[in-house]
Design a protein around this ligand. Structure first.
Ligand SMILES: [Fe+2]
Ligand SMILES: [Fe+2]
Length: 336
């Protein structure tokens, strides 16, 4: 784990974040109103309508074209989305953005609840799709979600709100990339409905990514050295994926899921390097001046980081892929 900040730093950062409450409020426009939001029912077969058997049959027919590897990644993404209570809890652990009552009108609290309300549709639509396909062992999937929620998730921010917002910037971009690639592969394999579902989710993740990045941009404006150090500290260890502690009762499930995601190109080491480069560029990390010595040290570290990860990714890509197929309870014990 990276060096976690002490309470004095955490409280000083919380003060800055409190000062940015009006900025959080301004950016509520990146959320959509309920009226203009898509809902899972807009896309999935209408079970009250006349033609529901045909609609379900069509869905199942198209879903047969989805290869096992893509199905595994889709299940992993679904489980990740279904663990949303862990992520709302995470945000509320960070001082300055905490929703003090659970129904607070504070700008940060409004953001967190609005964000959660949009995210909640992701697990819902993906789970319902998986249910209707008849292609996965739904009980094994549900067991995985229950385990993940019980096991919890530590993003490694030490409850420092600067680090928390760096984490969410990184993570929303990562999920955008992952759902976006899943959409593309679904379309290519012949399931346009799944392509559409994943594209809708990608659109949400993209707005969320934009918001969290703006929040951190603002922190860079008001406290450049603090922001720089927080960014660097979050990057000193591999960014923890939210579903890292997923389990279906056995061992190593997340690693097997990640191996498939890497193999089929849904989320790869290259994507990881790209996200770092994107954030370093966006936050103008290399060009900032007037930093404290800790800030300058962090800047030096961050400036070279994407190249380091890119070199690692290229080296990994040059190695032959492991032949071993991964076994999944989600696929009734089949390997892929
Ligand atoms: Fe999501
Ligand atoms: Fe998200």
């Amino acid at each position: 784990m990276s060096d976690l900040p002490d309470q004095t730093v955490i409280q000083a950062h919380a003060e800055v974040i409190r000062g940015l409450e009006p900025f959080a409020r301004e950016n509520l426009s990146l959320l959509k109103s309920v009226e203009e939001s898509w809902q899972p029912s807009d896309v999935l077969p209408d079970m009250t309508g006349e033609g529901w058997p045909e609609a379900v049959a069509r869905l199942r027919q198209q879903a047969r074209a989805v290869p096992d590897g893509l199905l595994v990644v889709l299940v992993g993404n679904t489980v990740t989305e279904e663990a949303l209570p862990a992520y709302q809890t995470m945000l509320n652990r960070h001082p300055g953005v905490t929703d003090a009552t659970g129904a607070s009108e504070d700008g940060w609290a409004l953001w967190t609840r609005g964000w959660t309300a949009e995210e909640n549709r992701h697990g819902e639509i993906l789970s319902r799709y998986l249910y209707l396909t008849g292609r996965v062992d739904l009980r094994a999937v549900e067991v995985t979600t229950q385990h993940l929620l019980r096991n919890g998730f530590d993003p490694g921010t030490g409850n420092d709100t600067y680090r928390g917002l760096v984490y969410t910037s990184f993570q929303e971009r990562a999920t955008k990339i992952s759902h976006g690639n899943t959409a593309r592969l679904a379309n290519e394999s012949g399931d346009p409905l799944l392509g559409k579902i994943c594209a809708l989710v990608t659109g949400d993740e993209s707005r969320h990514e934009e918001a969290y990045k703006r929040f951190v941009s603002k922190i860079f404006e008001v406290d450049p050295s603090g922001a720089m150090v927080a960014f660097a500290e979050m990057m000193r260890h591999v960014v923890a994926m939210p579903a890292r502690r997923m389990s279906d009762g056995g061992e190593g499930l997340f690693d097997r899921f990640s191996a498939v995601a890497q193999r089929i190109g849904v989320y790869t080491a290259r994507d990881y390097a790209e996200i770092i480069e994107h954030l370093v560029g966006l936050w103008n990390v290399r060009a900032l001046t007037g930093l404290t010595s800790a800030g300058a040290e962090a800047q030096e570290y961050l400036g070279k980081l994407a190249d380091r990860y890119r070199a690692l990714a290229e080296r990994a890509a040059a190695r032959p892929l492991p032949k071993r197929a991964e076994r999944f309870s989600w696929l009734f014990g089949r390997s892929c």
